[in-house]
Design a protein around this ligand. Structure first.
Ligand SMILES: Nc1ncnc2c1ncn2[C@@H]1O[C@H](COP(=O)(O)OP(=O)(O)OP(=O)(O)O)[C@@H](O)[C@H]1O
Ligand SMILES: O=P(O)(O)OC[C@H]1O[C@H](OP(=O)(O)OP(=O)(O)O)[C@H](O)[C@@H]1O
Ligand SMILES: O=C(O)c1cccnc1
Length: 467
């Protein structure tokens, strides 16, 4: 994994931390909620991703010697620098499971730590969770339309800098099968695969010679790019020739890739030509600015495409550049805290909380989560957090707690989950979500309610701070 140290933060976190340190508030405790306010892509759900990376980094988070040297040149006191030299995150984290379905305005994760620790990790936590959750969600939309066809991430070259590294991981959580990104493949144990570039074909005097050379070098995973000169008049005939030559050697051409033009038409024509030549097993891959809408359209056109290679629109989270996940103080030194806003949706919810996913007696999701004080284990009624007169009886519903202690006093509570396990979990959870939350246009809203106790606590605080 990329080497992230404790300076992966914003300066104001350190400035605030120094003030706590100097004012004898080193042991002041905090509870922060991580949540987002708006689903990306007008989607009906998000897939939580990035947790394993976060925990791995937190367990070993330090200021390195060079970090300390750098900070010495900034405006920090010697005593505070010494404190940072010995800094370690010793906090506790309650979190949703990575790969779970998450929805706006309810905590996805809670951090309990000293105020200093909690502030120092804020930026990094947001940076990791916001990005991977965005990309996993985008990837899952493509998985929903692609059925069981292969989805490959081709995005590293188009991503916002190093973001491509984590995008490849998040794509797998969202349901992609593999990546062209070699370092992500190595670090996260993602199946790595790829085809060939136009430059390879251009570098030879003719296409056939290029194809033959590639087939010789990659006899087991040879996918030929057929659109450099003319897909149907040149690329396909040459690929078929090489495919037949490979058969003579007891080898099999793995596939062809279409990267321009009308992908549905070209895939249909290519399939016919391959089948007529007895190359029914040769797969058709397609790429070129794909996204969930293009993939859906291609499949509606019955395009016989087996593999989709997706770059830009996956790894950039296009058209949404970021998930708006935030980190808000819910308690300090054991006292509940509130942030007031003109906009009721931005008034925070105090206290250590739990989020329960509700289902009926047969185990079907009822389309609502209930937010409670962490100490509550049962509630009969939940209230709309925005409209105080609206409430809903929930007695008889099964309540599944979503937030689990994943780190206690700086140590992880469980061994790391593999990426495969996480993506399998995401698949299962998405499988339980009714179709109306998964459609692209105007999906159902997955509701949230707060318990009577939490509502009362919030109102008391609101009254206390109201001017
Ligand atoms: N049959 C199709 N149905 C829907 N969208 C398609 C179809 N074929 C291609 N697309 C998508 O349309 C967009 C643009 O395709 P277009 O044919 O203009 O590609 P191009 O890069 O301009 O091709 P060329 O290299 O031939 O100029 C891409 O996002 C592509 O994935
Ligand atoms: O379109 P995207 O979804 O972003 O997918 C990745 C694109 O990157 C490659 O093109 P590029 O022109 O960079 O290289 P090439 O010469 O190998 O085609 C590939 O051929 C895809 O078209
Ligand atoms: O392997 C490929 O075909 C590939 C990899 C990265 C980007 N475009 C294509």
């Amino acid at each position: 994994m990329l080497n992230i140290t404790a300076t992966y933060t914003d300066q104001y976190q350190l400035a605030m931390a120094q003030v706590y340190f100097q004012n004898g508030q080193r042991e002041t405790t905090a509870v922060f909620d991580y949540f987002f306010r708006k689903l990306p892509f007008r989607n009906g759900y998000a897939i939580f991703a990035g947790l394993e990376n976060l925990l791995e980094i937190l367990e070993d988070l330090r200021f390195s010697d060079s970090d300390i040297d750098f900070l010495k040149k900034q405006e920090f006191s010697e005593e505070f620098i010494e404190y940072l030299r010995n800094f370690k995150f010793r906090g506790t984290i309650y979190s949703a499971k990575e790969g779970d379905l998450v929805f706006p305005t309810r905590p996805v994760l809670q951090v309990e730590a000293t105020m200093i620790e909690a502030q120092i990790i804020e930026t990094m936590l947001l940076n990791i969770l916001n990005f991977q959750t965005l990309i996993a969600t985008k990837a899952s939309r493509m998985r929903l339309v692609a059925g069981d066809r292969t989805l490959l991430d081709f995005g590293l070259r188009r991503s916002q800098g190093a973001g491509g590294y984590y995008a490849s991981r998040a794509a797998i959580i969202g349901g992609f099968n593999g990546t062209s990104n070699v370092i992500a493949g190595k670090d996260f144990e993602i199946p790595v695969s790829g085809t060939m570039a136009h430059s390879f074909i251009q570098s030879y005097d003719d296409e056939l010679t290029a194809f033959r050379a590639f087939a010789k070098g990659r006899p087991h995973d040879c996918v030929l790019l057929v659109d450099t000169y003319d897909t149907l008049k040149s690329g396909l005939p040459h690929a078929i020739k090489v495919g037949k030559e490979m058969e003579q050697k007891g080898e099999k051409l793995a596939g062809i890739r279409l990267d321009s033009g009308d992908l549905a038409y070209l895939a249909k024509e290519s399939r016919k030509m391959l089948d007529n030549a007895g190359l029914e097993y040769v797969k058709i891959a397609a790429s070129n600015q794909l996204d969930e809408f293009v993939i859906k359209s291609l499949l509606e056109q019955q395009a016989p495409i087996d593999v989709f290679g997706v770059g830009t629109n996956l790894v950039t989270g296009s058209p949404d550049g970021a998930l708006d996940g935030v980190y808000k103080l819910a308690e300090s030194n054991g006292k509940p805290r509130l942030k007031i806003s003109e906009n009721l949706s931005k008034v925070t919810i105090p206290h250590k909380k739990q989020v329960y996913r509700l289902s009926d007696s047969e185990g079907h999701l009822v389309g609502a989560d209930a937010m409670t004080m962490r100490s509550e284990t049962r509630i009969d009624r939940m209230h709309d957090p925005m409209e105080s007169l609206k409430s809903l009886a929930v007695e008889g519903c099964k309540m599944e707690a979503l937030l689990h202690p994943v780190m206690i006093d700086g140590k992880r509570t469980e061994k790391p989950r593999s990426l495969e396990e996480i993506s399998q979990y995401a698949k299962e959870r998405l499988g339980t979500l009714p179709a109306e939350y998964k459609r692209f246009f105007n999906p159902h809203i997955y509701k949230v309610g707060i318990s009577s106790k939490l509502k009362e606590e919030r109102e008391n605080l609101l009254n206390k701070y109201k001017i």
